[in-house]
Ligand binder design. Structure first.
Ligand code: ZN
Length: 224
């Protein structure tokens, strides 16, 4: 038989099969493709420091969590997580080197403190995107504890000033660049820097061309 990923010939006795709840579920794989697939998400339960990996071939959470690729274009997107046993209580966007980093760290610590205090069974799921500087941090709580968990998340948010819009500014673009983008791409209804990042992601390799084209048009219009 052949490995589904790399086409290499493998003996039936040496074949690995993709775990349940993965993209390659039940498909024959060689040892390398089975083990060396890049993790899509990492799950950490409560105080357990062990990371449980979900890749496209392996699911170490035994089906507690699943991931699905959400594409924003053929090359870009992110992994969306889901679970039957746990409910999502919060999603945060973790941006490397961004000013919100410290606040989100405090939010994470405070939430875990409150959850431990109230014996909430929870899991933190870190899911990858096509952008190496950006990942999703999904916080889950056991389904029957969702109400209390939600209240505790709200409390932690208040304490760390989570909803202050200042955290969501200047993620990639400064104020001037943002105003320019809002002007040039009115149909995208850009409100925050985050929307602008989405726009650039969506346009992909075309972003620069499109930007130059629109700037030219704008200049043409004001000259004319
Ligand atoms: Zn292979």
């Amino acid at each position: 038989m052949k490995c589904t990923v790399c086409d290499q010939r493998i003996r039936r006795s040496e074949a690995y099969f993709g775990d349940k709840d993965t993209l390659y579920e039940g498909k024959p794989l060689c040892e390398t493709c089975y083990y060396e697939d890049e993790p899509c998400a990492t799950v950490i339960y409560r105080k357990d420091d062990t990371p449980y990996i979900i890749s496209e071939t392996r699911n170490e959470t035994e089906g507690n969590f699943r991931v699905r690729w959400r594409s924003t274009d053929p090359w870009r997107g992110y992994y969306e997580t889901s679970s039957d046993k746990y409910s999502l209580v919060n999603t945060a966007e973790l941006l490397a080197y961004h000013e919100s980093e410290q606040m989100l760290k405090e939010f994470d610590e405070r939430t875990r403190e409150l959850f431990d205090e109230h014996e909430i069974e929870y899991a933190r799921v870190f899911a990858r995107s096509s952008n190496v500087f950006y990942q999703n941090y999904d916080l889950y709580a056991k389904k029957d504890q969702i109400f209390l968990a939600g209240l505790l998340v709200a409390k932690a948010k208040q304490e760390v000033d989570y909803d202050n819009p200042k955290w969501y500014h200047n993620i990639v673009f400064d104020e001037t660049a943002l105003i320019k983008l809002i002007e040039l791409f009115p149909e995208y209804k850009i409100k925050s820097d985050y929307d602008a990042t989405k726009l650039v992601e969506e346009l992909g390799d075309n972003a620069l061309n499109e930007l130059q084209k629109r700037m030219k048009e704008k200049r043409g219009a004001s000259d004319g």
